[in-house]
Design a protein around this ligand. Sequence first.
Ligand code: LLP
Length: 416
Amino acid sequence: MTSDRYFYYKDNELYCEEAEVSKIAESVGTPFYLYSKKSIVYNYRNIDRAFAQIPHLICYALKANSNLNICKILAEEGCGADVVSGGELYKAVYLGINPQKIVFDGVGKTEDEIIYAVKEGLLLFNVESYQEIEIINKIAKRFKKIVAVGLRINPDVDLDVHPYDATGIGISKFGISFEDAIDVYKKTKKLGNIKIVGLHAHIGSQITKLEPFIETTSKLISLAEVIKEIKYIDIGGGLGIPYGDEKVPTYSDLARLIIPPLKKLNVTVIIEPGRTIVGSSGILVSKVLYFKKMKEKNFVVVDAGMNDFVRPGLYGAFHQIIPLTERQGEEITADIVGPICELSDFLGKNIKMAKPEVGSFIAVKDTGAYGFSMSSNYNARPRAPEIIVDKKDFFVARERETYKDLIKTERIIKEI
Ligand code: LLP
């Protein structure tokens, strides 16, 4: 059985909601991403409920998966957006998300992006340096606006996550050091077109302990006690999900611990979850091309590669890999690898499974977050389509790229 309630086996066949996944695979071809609408809504509502006792706004982190339909499903639930680029802002605005529900994060906002965001009139810019504040102030002045900002604090907490996912530690590039925050606040107060109304921290991703969040929240609260104008405490995203059998705390567990101290301040809490909303809501479906028995190892070669899904190759991330059709058979241990010419092109290592038949389908689980959004055209491979299931129906939310798409922005230069 799979852990997410909307992906389950019935009569040995994997279902997503009420749709049989093999049938979808036969209809759309492989590889493809498949998402359950119900699962996305369920995950969102759980977080929303967790913070119900306090004024709050959930700003979905588009970087996890910015498929327009996923954002639309969430926007219809009342969710806002956390964007980190002009492109993400464009997508959020295109969908009609109210700019007053959008926060703009990121360590390297360009002037053009800032101009775009100032014109849209967002709820908050979460700023990461005093230089950035000066640039926003200059642009705000040009547009005769007062722009609301939150200070992103780097609280320098201990984190037990992949080093690439530890943004809230002292040596990372993110945020303003906790020790410098009051200084930055005082300098900013002298500027005419900026008002500091928020404090923000995003300490990392796939965090499976609550302590770092609690420590961070109490650091933000201690600053809010000094900076009286604070209306928003943005605790970022970053809580992990189980990728195997492990038990991972949820936003409800976190909310129970941080709501009491936050309630004492008269603030709206902002949460920026990505993975916890969409991670478990998606699978990547692929077809077995070959089974190779080598001297040292077995390899199952499938038609999805690291260009489709890079988390295993990039972070050594573990994802369960399951067949779409459960079958008995010789039990093997194999690496599941893709067609790309790199040894980092694997979806799973030392996976125990019934020996798969060539032509059968497999699913890489929990790939709704940082799956498609990190995919590429490496090896000139068209990117996979994204399909959304709603009850028994499925819809193409993004078409498979074609070979023509691969060259559409390139030009043959006659002069060279
Ligand atoms: N807010 C900010 C400012 C962020 O940088 C991120 C993620 C989030 C919110 C959402 O975090 P989440 O709830 O999804 O953990 N590619 C990596 C994860 C990178 C996360 C980057 N920032 C992975 O696949 O593990």
